[in-house]
Design a protein around this ligand. Structure first.
Ligand SMILES: [Zn+2]
Length: 342
């Protein structure tokens, strides 16, 4: 006679085995030729600067890194022999025109904050590295409010200066809008107007796009391609291989408190699988609740005691721990259920 708990175990064990198999397969996949597209937003001088206008708000732990952390991350990548490539070089390698290292990194900065120019660019110069800056041409009031007194948006001259220094300028829409809140005509305007305004600012074509806030839908990707962009990044997590869909390029968000050594661990295959699991969970929440509500829930959790378990870095570890606990409990239950031979 199989009890209800027995049935539960019978279902749980194959599921656990499937999860382990998926984990192993993902690790294998992440161990092939892959490029991590790192996602940054703002930088601050120092985390100890609390009380000073450059200090990050609590809800910014996923969006701000200190200059010292950034320097340590770039030094670690260079020290580990992981090349920092620019997006156009990566596209050339993808089409077989240039060789590609087994592991490489592309640096991207979203939104167009002055702090990225003032604090990240000097570090990039020091190491001879280039980055992609996704610019929201005329950010809306909500975007300005979020950084009021703490940062500002790049001017047209500063954007041109970044381009002259060899960095890539990409579009992040006109107003930093949520594409899924707009009709097709408005989406098209956001895509095309930002592309042409930025191209005029830098005197060169703008081929790369980044979908703001919690991603886009398949119809948005079709619109992005129709507007003439070659690539699009969004909120999908993970690393890109050479066959990846160019309009769904995944990224790895670098969060506050990430040392160089930690970044290397995060970019290793096991770290990438963990980050992907956490990212999919967020995407699921976003799909179920809508991006705004999901963001609100996340911010509430960041301000609750649960933040110690649910921070961007800890979430993956928490999930792995709960998964391992569940597996152990299932195995223990099966042993307990085995008929006694004594
Ligand atoms: Zn953004």
């Amino acid at each position: 006679m199989v009890t209800a708990l027995g049935w539960l175990t019978l279902v749980a064990l194959p599921l656990a085995a499937a999860a382990l198999l998926a984990w192993w397969w993902q690790q294998e996949r992440h161990a092939s030729v892959r490029t991590a597209i790192l996602c940054y937003h703002r930088l601050v001088v120092d985390d100890r600067a609390i009380g000073n206008s450059a200090a990050p708000a609590d809800d910014e732990q996923g969006w701000v890194v200190t200059q010292a952390e950034f320097r340590s991350q770039i030094a670690a990548l260079v020290g580990a022999g992981i090349p920092i490539v620019d997006l156009d070089a990566w596209l050339a390698a993808r089409s077989g025109r240039e060789p590609m290292a087994r592991r490489s990194v592309i640096l991207t900065f979203d939104d167009g904050y002055t702090s990225a120019l003032e604090l990240a660019v000097p570090v990039l110069q020091q190491y001879g590295a280039k980055a992609v800056f996704y610019i929201a041409v005329a950010p809306d009031a909500e975007s300005h409010e979020k950084i009021a007194g703490r940062d500002s948006f790049l001017s047209a001259d500063q954007i041109a200066e970044l381009h002259r220094a060899g960095h890539t300028i990409g579009s992040h829409t006109m107003t930093h809008c949520l594409l899924r809140e707009l009709d097709a005509e408005a989406v098209d305007w956001q895509l095309r107007e930002s592309k042409s305004r930025l191209a005029k600012m830098v005197g060169a074509p703008v081929d790369h796009f980044c979908i703001p806030r919690a991603g886009g839908l398949p119809r948005h990707r079709r619109a992005i391609a129709a507007a003439g962009y070659l690539t699009a990044t969004g909120n999908a997590k993970g690393t890109a291989d050479l066959g990846h869909d160019l309009l769904r390029l995944p990224r790895h968000t670098v969060v506050r408190g990430t040392s160089g050594a930690r970044l290397l661990r995060d970019l290793a295959p096991a770290g990438q699988v963990r980050a992907r699991c956490a990212g999919e969970l967020r995407r699921l929440a976003s799909a179920l609740l809508g991006p705004r509500l999901a963001y609100g829930v996340r911010q509430r959790l960041y301000h609750s005691p649960a933040r110690h378990l649910l921070g961007p870095q800890q979430l993956a570890t928490t999930l792995s721990f709960l998964g391992a606990l569940w597996l152990l409990a299932a195995v223990a239950f099966v042993i307990w259920q085995l008929p006694c031979q004594c």
